[in-house]
Write a protein that binds this ligand. Structure first.
Ligand SMILES: [Zn+2]
Length: 79
């Protein structure tokens, strides 16, 4: 049997709880970054009418749903 004092038991318990919280935090940050990157990739701004639309396909050239002009997919930058 392992003998451990109450002080050490509390320290080990807190270390485990903090480790789990850190892992959850890192996983949430990674998930949020991936979702944000995908959202930026899927939104396309028409160069003719400035209409913003969402397209989940992998095509590089898209037809604008408002004016019908061919639009090149490019990254949407945050302001
Ligand atoms: Zn357009």
């Amino acid at each position: 049997m392992i003998r451990i004092s109450l002080d050490h038991l509390i320290v080990v318990y807190l270390a485990i709880v903090l480790g789990v919280l850190f892992c959850v935090w890192v996983a949430a940050e990674l998930f949020q970054n991936r979702r944000e990157r995908r959202r930026r990739r899927d939104f396309v701004i028409c160069g003719i009418c400035d209409h913003i639309f969402e397209d989940r396909s992998e095509k590089h050239l898209l037809n604008c749903p408002r004016c019908g002009a061919l639009t090149e997919r490019s990254k949407v930058r945050e302001i």
